[in-house]
Design a binder for this molecule. Sequence first.
Ligand code: PEP
Length: 252
Amino acid sequence: MRKNIVAGNWKMNNTLQEGLELAEELNGALEGKEINCDVVICTPYIHLAPVCATIDTDLIGVGAENCADHLSGAYTGEISAPMIASTGAQYVILGHSERRAYYGETNATLKTKTELALANDLTPIFCVGEVLEERENGTFFDVVKTQLEEALFGFSAEDFAKIVIAYEPVWAIGTGKTASPAQAQEIHAFIRKTIADKYGKEIADGISILYGGSCNASNAKELFANADVDGGLIGGAALKVETFMPIIEAFN
Ligand code: PEP
């Protein structure tokens, strides 16, 4: 069956030293504990190799927050999927709403990035989600469906089955507003049904669908208790062990 996953997204936070300290502290907090989900930290590129070398990667998965839409070559400032894989990282966040909004990432670009990630054995954590206006005018189901169709539904069932989906309503990211457990379950069930319609029930039932958007110690348990919510993608609360651990422990 599908995995429960709690993944942190550090965004553009932490110097190298601060990041290493945070990763080591998290490693220490997880050692010897009963943990009922996979734990992942997605860090800025510079942290990937030293974090992978420092922590127990059986205990904590490591991921990047983006990757280039090319394999190699004259793309100054970009980091490719094979470069990320060469650090020991196993995951990559793709299509985060901040990348879509501030860096013009389209579903077409994200399809290419996902292809490159999969070809280099990275597990994409692929973000979908609507803005506030789309939530309020009721178009959010269509918005999320289009994001899935345009970026991901060209893949074979075998490849699609390797992807983790993160539903992140843009209006809930970093705002302190969270989707209610009922709102989360409604759209997660819709995402799973949309996947089932395309790839069949077996594939849909095996896909982990994470919730992201102001998830914290006090709402994680209720959100994760929903049948179609398989964990969380966590921003702000992943930056301190004392706020990240209770979210991980929400599965206990
Ligand atoms: C995110 O950016 O993926 C996120 C969910 O952020 P936050 O938890 O801070 O809302």
